[in-house]
Design a binder for this molecule. Structure first.
Ligand code: GTR
Length: 347
């Protein structure tokens, strides 16, 4: 059944990872901002005293990236279990700088043995059309950008990669078990982060929908037309060419997930989140499955039908679940991605 649904969409065939990523950057997200020439970190220890009943350390770190004549600083929040050993860890791109946060149940994450490093996306650059503030202000003269220059999603993804730079200075983390995660617009960002940086071994996208995990051809709910009208600044200028023109795109969102293969990808949907379109999100998992076979790995292992509430497919390198309820990064979503990582990394 899924094979037939996919056939009708006539998706562009896979190319090499480099080619697929290049098309996505040129036509959709814009090319990533350059890596900094230098980077420094300033830590405030014991940021939240007695955090998680004393089971975790809490630290605030200011990351400063240096470019030729400019520099850019943003804060991150680090929570690491005190227990001995190397900890698997999440880099979580969040809507707020609060820790814990309604989208990050930190104590439960720590109790499961994971560290979490999070930041507020607006501390990198505002979520609006203003390209003169934060990182955008450092990159663009006069706030003007060319057709393939980065949109805001690429800038938030760049910031998650700087958090990985910082993580690499710590010897208590397990780099075989690094996960970048985010919800909605930040789920799109999480996928782009992993696609452009192999240091992330897992990417977790929560309810990311249009221009994230969902196939655009024939998508229900939000379409490229809507997203380009409401949030044109998330993308590069070229993306507007594809408004109501999905079937002529030289790419679709399966390229984004395929660029992460053979690393792990997990896509989560919510049943009442019709705007994101769970069916189109799961179809992406199905569409990329074959890529993993090239690497002699299991791709996506599922029932041959569209998703149903409480489905959870964890057997292959591509994971998926459909949770009951609304558009939200819930505790249930966290527990399911944690379960998936534990299963595949044998924790
Ligand atoms: C919606 C947007 C979605 C999703 C969401 C969010 O309004 O249309 O693509 O990203 O916002 O980020 O909360």
């Amino acid at each position: 059944m899924l094979e037939n649904i996919l056939k009708e969409k006539n998706l562009p065939p896979f190319k090499s990872s480099e080619e697929m990523l290049d098309i996505l950057l040129k036509e959709e997200y814009g090319y990533m901002p350059p890596k900094p020439e230098g980077i420094t970190y300033k830590s405030i220890e014991n940021y939240i005293p007695n955090f998680c009943a004393g089971k975790a350390i809490s630290r605030k770190v200011e990351i400063t990236s240096q470019f030729s004549k400019k520099e850019f600083t943003f804060p991150i929040y680090v929570t690491i279990p005190k227990k001995e050993g190397k900890h698997p860890f999440f880099i979580c791109i969040n809507f707020r700088d609060s820790v814990p946060d309604r989208y990050i149940p930190v104590e439960e994450i720590v109790d499961n043995g994971f560290a979490v490093l999070s930041f507020c996306y607006k501390d990198v650059t505002d979520d609006n059309n203003d390209f003169t503030n934060g990182l955008a202000g450092e990159l663009y003269e006069n706030g003007k950008r060319g057709a393939s220059d980065p949109g805001k999603i690429a800038m938030w993804a760049w910031a998650a990669q700087r958090v990985m730079d910082y993580a690499e200075t710590l010897d208590c983390l397990d780099f075989e078990c690094s996960i970048v995660c985010g919800h909605s617009r930040l789920g799109k960002t999480a996928l782009l982060t992993a696609a452009t940086d192999e240091r992330f071994k897992y990417a977790y996208s929560n309810n990311s929908g249009c221009s994230g995990a969902a196939i655009s051809r024939g998508k229900q709910g939000e379409r490229i037309e809507d997203i380009c009208k409401n949030f044109p600044y998330w993308f590069c200028e070229n993306y507007k060419k594809y408004v109501n023109n999905e079937y002529n795109m030289p790419f679709d969102q399966h390229y984004l997930v395929a660029s992460i293969a053979p690393r792990y990808v997990y896509i989560a949907s919510a049943d009442e989140d019709k705007w994101a379109d769970p069916d189109s999100e799961m179809l992406t998992c199905y569409a990329v499955s074959g890529i993993y076979e090239k690497y002699r790995k299991k791709g996506f292992v599922c029932e041959d039908r569209l998703p149903q509430v409480n489905d959870m497919f964890h057997d292959g390198c591509v994971g998926y679940h459909l949770r009951a309820g609304l558009h939200y990064f819930s505790r249930e979503d966290w527990l399911k991605i944690i379960k998936f990582v534990k299963k595949h990394s044998c924790i």
